[in-house]
Ligand binder design. Structure first.
Ligand code: ZN
Length: 70
């Protein structure tokens, strides 16, 4: 299974939760309830994990670029 990167906003571990409706999609979200970071639902666990990791990577890269530019 894909390992999830930490949340780009609060650095807590990411997690996957299944929707309660009939689709039973996977929703990538932050394990920190007070953070509330979550993405849209995906049909498979793997796609949800990839979406979370890409989102985390995008934000981390943006932040890194901004701080390393002089
Ligand atoms: Zn978070």
């Amino acid at each position: 299974m894909e390992s999830l990167k930490p949340c780009p906003f609060c650095n807590q571990p990411g997690t996957l939760e299944r929707t309660r409706d009939i689709s039973h999609y996977w929703v990538p979200m932050c394990s920190n309830a007070r953070c509330g970071c979550r993405l849209c639902a995906w049909p498979t666990r793997r796609e949800a994990a990839q979406a979370w990791n890409e989102r985390a990577a995008t934000i981390t890269t943006t932040t890194t670029t901004a701080t390393t530019e002089n």
